[in-house]
Write a protein that binds this ligand. Sequence first.
Ligand code: PGA
Length: 261
Amino acid sequence: MDVIIRPTAAEAEELTARMIADAINAKPEFRLGLATGATMENVYANLSKMNKAGKVDFSQVRTWNLDEYVGLPPEHDQSYRYYMNKNLFNNINIDIRNTHLPDGMAADEVAEAERYDDSIEEAGGIDLWLVGIGCSGHVGFNDPGTSFSSRTHVAYLTNTTYEQNKIYFNPPESMPRRAFTAGVGTVLDAKKVVQLITGKRKAGIAAAAIEGPMTAMISSSALQLHPDTVVILDAEAAAQLKLRDFYDEVFMNDPKWEAYR
Ligand code: PGA
């Protein structure tokens, strides 16, 4: 696991976007895993800007998102399809038919989850999955207790996640308590994982996930098993990391990070 700390959230977001753009430029028929949430908004703004400036081309890129609320149609302003269209897909030269999210309205939830995993597999797997982390330690909606080998499924959301996300709903209590999520195992199958963590409210969970023991109680800690994960944090989110000085030393001296310093 590589850990990169940037002084500000803006710099962490910009670095994340650049890393994704570089990966797409190296392989135009890219299969990109995506995430939603407040953390990602500026990453998508950066990618949109780079696309408009001709610095990255999404014409052959296919995307799969981590999750979607059960019961929300695509036009609902809190659905993740709506978020993705607004924050990224409408602003770049991607073919919207190449963008995938679980169907929150699917009548058969088990079949929909299976279909989603199959679509990733049939496409040849995810080249890079961009993920965040929730206050519960989740990646996707894999809240505490989710198996590291889980595949896409419908999850009942914990109170921590409900409290974190209900503020976006009006009224807050209308937030669905269940959501489709790619499993921890689905994410671990990606060739590369880039995780972005910003803000001081994430400092404790970031340290536990990155440096603590692996446990299904913190699904993000499963990324310690992944052979190619880069975690990018701002200084606030990195505040409780024990090896902070070492991560900084590696970033400043290891030739592989030269282009990003
Ligand atoms: P946030 O959500 O970016 O809104 O903090 C992240 C998550 O819950 O995974």
